[in-house]
Ligand binder design. Sequence first.
Ligand code: ADP
Length: 270
Amino acid sequence: MSAENLQDFPLALEGDDTPMVRFRKVSKRYGSLVVLDSLDLDVAEGEMVTIIGPSGSGKTTVLRMLMTLETINDGVIYVDGKPLTHMPGQGGLVPANSRHLRQMRSKIGMCFQHFNLFPHMTALENCMEGPVHVLGLSRKEARERSEELLEMVGMGDKRDQHPSRLSGGQQQRVAIARAMAMRPKVMLFDEVTSALDPEVIGEVTNVIRKLVAEHHLTMLMVTHQMGFAKDISDRVCFFFGGRIEEQGTPEELFGNPQRERTQQFLSAVK
Ligand code: ADP
């Protein structure tokens, strides 16, 4: 992105109405393929926003950009008021240095379709790893925090097991506890139930429900499970071709979709 364009964006967001996450005119291209097309998306503090849409519409790219796993071609993403991959410099925003990136990354937790637990560590050790080695907590503090979270996800009695001894649903619950142990401001869930057997999906969705009910966390989720999206989200965004085609409350989007593409998608996935 050119320096002229970057000057158009504020160095920081301030004020009571500052969203926890803001995408401003964010574009992502792979060669000639436009994956995100000047995307504007705000997620308020404490809001649960779900992204739905056909395969290839850019849903996962939104989450990957928040994890700074993808570069931005145009636009700026703000998290907690600060630009995610930029920082104030001479004449406006400049690419962030590694210290800024580290600080910003610590605000975001993510759970993937594949749990990516460390196989040689127990559930408890998996949860303690980040707090000890990234946040610098004492082992005692990290253990207390991790034990509490493993209890919360219903895995307290399995804390000394290695991932290979746990079912997919149990591993995913540990992965959620592990992400939460870093005390992120924003949690991202990318298809967290897709790799699970149908009979264990409920135990993971129930944990996410509990998170929504008990923690004032900001969450952004990609899912193919329309029923889950419907009963958990404050707002649902339907993506099509790298843009938000339509968004609204679950009642609005599922009950009375306005756009033809949304109607077609919803009738195909029913
Ligand atoms: P969704 O999550 O909605 O299925 P994605 O965000 O994963 O969509 O991908 C959007 C588009 O970007 C797809 O067409 C995909 O093939 C393409 N894409 C994703 N990652 C890459 C990459 N590293 N190189 C090239 N194309 C990619």
